[in-house]
Design a protein around this ligand. Structure first.
Ligand SMILES: [Zn+2]
Length: 132
């Protein structure tokens, strides 16, 4: 459970750790997850752990990425979505996607999402031209 005052307090702390995460945006994330089964202490600990992880891009990941939760809470969390490109991997922590990012063949915005490398032929198609 997250109350309004807890959401606001935690949002301010997370903004100090991650300046890019705006406090109002995080309050919205916490509002959406206000009925979360975890105690506020666990939510706060998971949120701070997520904010300190450079692989975590958006505050919404706090509630999706299971690495930040103690085992007894993990069991109550909904199953994370699978990676669209790699069977058996969770979308937000897919190791294969991260390997692609490091190799420069996948943008970091497409971790856990389907990504098709653009071939030179496709890239040269003039925009607005329709396929026959
Ligand atoms: Zn993947």
């Amino acid at each position: 459970m997250i109350t309004e005052s807890q959401a606001k307090a935690l949002a301010v702390i997370l903004h100090e750790i991650r300046p890019r995460w705006s406090a109002p945006a995080m309050v919205k994330v916490f509002e959406r997850n206000h009925a979360h089964p975890a105690a506020f202490a666990d939510i706060a600990a998971a949120a701070v752990a997520a904010a300190r992880d450079p692989k975590v891009d958006t505050p919404g990941c706090i509630f999706i990425d299971r690495r930040f939760w103690p085992p007894e809470i993990k069991a109550q969390l909904p199953k994370p979505p699978p990676c669209e490109d790699h069977i058996g991997q969770d979308a937000h922590t897919c190791r294969s996607c991260w390997a692609d990012v490091k190799a420069g063949i996948r943008p970091q915005t497409h971790i856990g999402k389907h990504h098709e490398a653009v071939s030179e032929e496709a890239a040269s198609v003039i925009e607005g031209e329709e396929e026959p």
